[in-house]
Design a protein around this ligand. Structure first.
Ligand code: B4P
Length: 190
């Protein structure tokens, strides 16, 4: 099974991916984590470039993100995969379909975690408070979040329509408890 988790920043994609990994043997491909891994290499000029873009709230250029993901797709062809935070625009959605087609695989479901934008600020502030200073994400602040929501509305929301047309979009309520959201996802995949 191949799943996409789609939703605004802080909607719970990472939280729910962890649940799918722990309880249902999925492998999580999170572009945010892959990019943060690149950024953690302090000597890399690419890492510095990526870090500046992430801290501004913009999307990292497609060529960088797509390369990170496409490499993994063929390695993990036969595994249960969750794409967490990818695709984030229409071009990435098309490239994902093409890359999966090449290895005779297709997406089974796209789970759209719908939340009211108003609660995202509280979630991000809670994440800041729950995290040790050294592990805190440098894009977790309210100014960057406002930009990330704008970027989400203009770049990522159009792909909801794209997957609806393909007939694989499943919308869930992301505003209930973490446990309840997990249950809604479980109902879809079982
Ligand atoms: P990501 O790493 O994908 O981060 P995210 O959108 O913040 O988080 P997520 O939805 O996973 O929220 P979480 O579960 O942690 O992206 C970071 C940046 O990387 C982007 O801005 C961009 O620059 C770059 N990037 C990533 N992918 C890219 C791509 N494909 N193309 C270009 N650029 C890309 O949840 C947040 C908080 O809410 C947590 O504290 C959690 O405990 C809490 N929470 C979750 N569910 C809850 C619930 N039901 N109730 C209450 N709290 C809940």
């Amino acid at each position: 099974m191949k799943l996409v988790l789609l939703g605004p920043p802080g909607s719970g994609k990472g939280t729910q991916s962890k649940f799918l990994v722990e309880k249902h043997n999925f492998i999580q491909l999170a572009t945010g984590d892959l990019l943060r891994e690149k950024v953690s290499n302090k000597d890399s000029s690419l890492g510095k470039e990526i870090s500046e873009i992430m801290n501004s709230g913009e999307l990292v250029p497609d060529n960088i993100v797509i390369q990170l993901i496409v490499e993994k797709i063929s390695e993990l062809k036969n595994k249960k995969l969750i794409f967490d935070g990818f695709p984030r625009n229409l071009n990435q959605a098309i490239v994902l379909d093409e890359s999966l087609n090449k290895i005779s695989v297709s997406l089974d479901k796209v789970i759209f975690i719908d939340v009211d934008y108003k609660i995202l600020k509280d979630r991000i502030l809670a994440r800041i408070n729950e995290t040790n200073e050294e592990d805190r994400r440098s894009d977790d602040n309210t100014d960057t979040l406002i930009k990330r929501i704008e970027v989400y509305k203009s770049n990522t929301l159009p792909i909801v329509k794209y997957y609806k047309k393909m007939g694989i979009l499943k919308e869930i309520n992301g505003m209930s408890s973490i446990k309840d959201v997990s249950q809604q996802i479980f109902n879809i995949i079982s």
